[in-house]
Ligand binder design. Structure first.
Ligand code: M6R
Length: 605
């Protein structure tokens, strides 16, 4: 999603800004731009192509300067077109980039139009640029403080002014913004990753902060305009570009990295102890009487899976909420609940807002399962478990999901232990099964050739149904999400028992029905549901275990999973669904790693 980089230095900063944008590219964007202060004027270049194209444009135009800002945009207000790309200018004096959404932009636009401002774009961002120009007092830092008080909504902005050549001002509310400290130079970015290789001295700005960035100093004020000192952290953000190696796409690479990612996530866990979630975890786990999981998308499905584990193994009542819905409804807060956020990026705006909503309702026992150790989610939760999936570049979440599941199973075992429901021999047996997961996933990955054969048939379809029962229902949901987001095939998932209550009407010989069918306690029920599909001509694609006793026949295609894995089976059964989505998308020729309209990190509401 949108990304910001800014710099004030005594050297040409163009390469730093371009490199920063490249590092943020994986988040997804549809246009990009850069603006510099050059010989008393504002100069800019914008592109609706990739950052590499912008880099060429900038080189051809010889855009070099000491002060500037750059941006990758994921369209919200206004189409992905050059005139909507950031930076936005106001009257040749103000240049500004923005992440987030300004909710009162219509009313401000009317006011600014009445004051004589003309608008070139449909964006809410241009409104902020004109507002800063309109309120300009001769001091950009002071002006930005005045302007941000007029804004409703979420934003991180970076702005500079033609008349103050060695200054960039940043401000944040609701969207992340960090300061990078250098020697005689300072930087701004929406993510420390953008500055990897430039500086590792990072300040995470807090809600409402405004920062004055100059070459030799930085100055921060809080939402009330009081000067504040913020902690400087040494952040070792990942520097190397992520190599594709022998793979065609990052998604494929990331699917195949799962054995390693799970092993890394479990590394160092010799036995179950609350400390792995943080120093105070034991006290907190002892106190809580339920779990409330908040997450979005794939992370939400990880939460749904965990509900089965937490209730069955730990005996702890668990609610799972879609973060963007939870914050807007009147729920009944429980101060004794453990609030668990799940997020790959740790920056998802909806999940962060849901967490803050829970905190504002006096729910202070918070824990995150997150893949980004320096993210806002980790900073804002009292306890954390960092999954070690590594950088996930593909928009479709794969290794992030299975490592989340591994971490959630550890949480389940830990709560079970604290609640006195985990006898030692069970703990030992579960840990042994967890340690075997990398090998078990490797065996599942070997099914790829059989899945490729199925994908060819899927590529010709426009609809698909996914069925699962019990703990594999969330896995069916995740399989359908994977297929729709990268192959653009309309896919829906149902708990198989629901079929006859409506969706069965959709089943014809044109409808492929993917069924997750491990030999668990639900298998006989599931077989009856499969009969219902066959009786209507629907074609079944079944992922079964050796002992499910489901065999291939006309209209029934079966791939056998190598092992039956009991409670941990969802972690294995999602892998062939990821491969099916990947190879179907490949056969349809879609942009697998950057599917249309989607972003990796969803930092707007
Ligand atoms: O970074 P998060 O885990 O918070 O992201 C949540 C969702 O946006 C994400 O899982 C999304 O659904 C994926 N693209 C699905 O593959």
């Amino acid at each position: 999603m949108c990304g910001i980089v800014g710099a004030v230095a005594q050297r040409n900063i163009t390469p730093i800004l371009v490199e920063g944008l490249k590092r943020l590219e994986y988040r997804g964007y549809d246009s990009c731009g850069i603006a510099l202060h050059i010989e008393g004027k504002l100069e800019r270049s914008r592109s609706t192509s990739r950052v590499a194209e912008l880099e060429k444009q900038v080189a051809e135009a010889h855009l070099e300067g000491f002060t500037g800002i750059a941006h990758t945009r994921w369209a919200t207000h206004g189409a992905p077109a050059s005139h909507n790309a950031h930076p936005h200018f106001s009257r040749g004096r103000i240049a500004l980039v923005h992440n987030g959404i300004i909710e009162n932009h219509d009313e401000l636009r009317d006011e600014l139009r009445a004051a004589g401002y003309e608008f070139e774009s449909q964006t809410d961002t241009e409104v902020i640029a004109h507002l800063v120009d309109h309120l300009y007092t001769g001091d950009l830092f002071e002006t930005v403080q005045l302007a941000t008080r007029r804004l409703t909504g979420a934003f991180a902005i970076a702005v500079f002014c033609r008349d103050e050549p060695h200054r960039v001002v940043g401000a944040r509310r609701g969207s992340p913004l960090i300061v990078g400290l250098g020697d005689g130079e300072n930087f701004l970015a929406s993510d420390a990753l953008a500055l990897a290789g430039t500086t590792d001295q990072i300040i995470y700005l807090e809600e409402g902060d405004v920062v004055d960035l100059q070459m030799q100093r930085i100055w921060i004020v809080d939402a009330n305009g009081r000067q504040v000192a913020r902690e400087v952290k040494t952040v070792h953000a990942h520097t190397g570009a992520v190599e594709l190696g022998p793979y065609r796409h990052y998604m494929q690479k990331e699917i195949f990295e799962q054995p390693r990612a799970i092993a890394d996530t479990l590394e160092g866990v010799e036995s179950i102890t609350p400390d792995i979630f943080g120093d105070d975890a034991y006290k907190v786990f002892k106190k809580i009487d339920s779990v409330l999981i908040l997450a979005c998308g794939t992370s939400y499905y990880a939460g749904l899976t965990a509900k089965y584990w937490l209730e069955a193994v730990a005996g702890v009542r668990t609610d799972v909420e879609i973060a963007s819905e939870y914050r807007y409804r009147d729920s009944v807060p429980n101060p004794n609940a453990l609030v668990v956020t799940i997020s790959q990026s740790g920056e998802t705006a909806d999940t962060l807002a849901a967490l803050r909503h829970a905190q504002s309702q006096d729910m202070q026992h918070t824990l995150t399962i997150c893949n980004a150790a320096t993210s806002a989610m980790v900073r804002e939760c009292a306890l954390a478990y960092i999954t070690r999936a590594g950088v996930e570049v593909g928009v479709a979440s794969t290794k992030a999901f299975t490592t989340q599941l591994a971490a959630l199973f550890l949480l389940t075992l830990t709560l079970a232990q604290v609640k006195g429901r985990l006898p030692e021999e069970r703990e030992v047996a579960f840990l042994k099964e967890m340690r075997h997961l990398p090998a078990a996933i490797t065996a599942v990955l070997a099914l790829e050739p059989q899945i490729i054969a199925w994908a060819e048939a899927f590529a010709r379809k426009e609809n698909a149904l996914f069925l699962g029962r019990g703990i594999h229902y969330p896995i069916a949901l995740e399989g359908a999400l994977k297929l729709k987001e990268i192959s653009y095939i309309h896919a829906e998932a149902y708990p198989a028992g629901e079929l006859k209550h409506g969706p069965l009407a959709l089943v014809t010989e044109e409808m492929p029905v993917v069924t997750v069918a491990p030999a668990d306690s639900m298998i006989e029920k599931l077989k009856s549901n499969m009969q219902e599909v066959r009786a209507r001509g629907g074609e079944l694609y079944v992922f079964a275990d050796g002992d499910s006793r489901i065999t291939s026949s006309e209209g029934v295609h079966v791939i056998r999973m190598p092992e039956h894995y009991g409670l941990l089976s969802p972690i294995l059964h999602v892998v062939p669904l990821q491969l099916l989505a990947y190879h179907t998308a490949l056969a349809r020729g879609t942009d697998v790693d950057k599917p249309r309209n989607l972003a990796k990190s969803v930092t707007v509401e």
